[in-house]
Design a protein around this ligand. Structure first.
Ligand code: ADP
Ligand code: MG
Length: 356
């Protein structure tokens, strides 16, 4: 039976506090968060979502309420995706990554998975894979190529055995929290290098960190080999990769995939002034974000008869097997509260409401 929207797609908003600059410039907050589910803009326009987080929300609270249920599902063999959406400066990276003192969803997820894997592995051997890529101007770049001195662009492929996968994308076995953090740091460093080489900014690209969690049941001697047989064969996944139970090396194997996505800034490219590279970027971003909005909207309506336009962008195509079906998805709509962003705040909340 197809799952309903309430079970599988959650849309939440998080409003950051006014920044010091905004306070100094005497900007007013035009956003009121009315827990648990409403946001008001300018005291008149109201939006109702699955959950709302105000300027005082903690990283811990956001992780516990929004991310943990998805991570739990992934540990049980489902696919899950957490998106951070919003204009540049709204708190996407703060929410997903955070800082050393205020760790966000990614480090908390790593820690939680590492602890669950260590304590819950009764009758199950877990093997974890991590990949990290960015999509810039509709091109896919592996962020975990060591000493990257050229930017290599990867292709999405599909085959019967593998399903949808990124050809040549590194799948790295990780064994604990530190391992995962190291990969995150390497990816972030490479992203910076790539930015300079490609004359881009991280706010203009989407980044996707994917954890593939393979659980090999039973007394399988070489769990790693059993896991590799599956993950290497179907890299990013494909029909049956997540949620499926497979036989490998004599054991039952389930695979769950978690995608942590920091989207490109949703602000409109200024109609005047944008030309050349910036215009090209803007077109690519609009294309993938609107494709994502369309896909989410159709999925949340729960109509099984409508064709879902996954192929309209690299982003949606890549995440096809992690959106819809039994996959769990959270769309985190990030907003800043200041009056000068009125249009972007409304744009983000409209996007959020439509995705729900
Ligand atoms: P984005 O990734 O959407 O461009 P950032 O995450 O970089 O935005 O956030 C912009 C600035 O606001 C950063 O300095 C960040 O530390 C700060 N910030 C964002 N969200 C919060 C929050 N909830 N609480 C405190 N500071 C925040
Ligand atoms: Mg950012």
């Amino acid at each position: 039976m197809p799952s309903t929207k309430s079970e599988c797609i959650k849309v939440v908003a998080r409003c950051r506090p006014l920044s010091t600059t905004e306070i100094n410039e005497q900007r007013k907050s035009i956003v009121s968060i009315v827990p648990p589910t409403s946001v008001k803009v300018n005291e008149d326009k109201a939006f109702v979502l699955d959950q709302v987080f105000g300027p005082d929300s903690t990283q811990e609270n956001v992780f516990d309420t929004v991310a943990k249920p998805i991570v739990d599902a992934v540990l049980n063999g489902y696919n899950g995706t957490i998106f951070a959406y919003g204009q540049t400066g709204s708190g996407k990276t703060f929410t997903m990554d955070g800082s050393v003192d205020l760790p966000g969803i990614m480090p908390r997820t790593f820690e939680y998975i590492a602890s669950q894997v260590a304590t819950q592995s009764v009758g199950c051997q877990y093997v974890l894979y991590l990949s990290f890529l960015e999509i810039y101007n509709e091109e896919i770049i592996d962020l975990l190529v060591k000493g990257q001195n050229k930017v290599s662009k990867l292709e999405i492929k599909e085959s019967k055995e593998r399903g949808i996968y990124v050809n040549g994308l590194g799948q790295h076995v990780v064994t604990g929290m530190q391992d995962m953090m190291k990969k995150l740091q390497l990816g972030k460093k490479n992203r910076k290098v790539g930015e300079t080489k490609m004359n881009s900014e991280s706010s203009r690209s989407h980044s996707i960190l994917t954890l593939t969690i393979v659980c090999v049941e039973g007394a399988v001697e070489n769990a790693a080999a059993a896991a590799a047989a599956i993950v290497d064969r179907q890299r990013v996944g494909g029909p049956g990769a997540g949620g499926a139970v497979k036989k490998a090396a004599g054991g039952r194997v389930s695979v769950g995939k978690l995608n942590l996505v920091d989207l490109a800034g949703s602000e409109r490219t200024k109609k005047t002034g944008a030309e050349g590279d910036r215009l090209k970027e803007g077109i690519a971003i609009n294309k993938s974000l609107s494709a994502l909005g369309n896909v989410m909207s159709i999925l949340s309506e729960g109509k099984t008869s409508t064709v879902v336009p996954y192929r309209d962008s690299k982003l949606t195509r890549l995440l096809q097997d992690s959106l819809g079906g039994n996959s769990k998805t959270v769309m985190l709509a990030n907003i800043g509260p200041a009056d000068w962003n009125s249009e972007e705040i409304l744009g983000t909340l409209k996007f959020a409401q439509r995705a729900r």
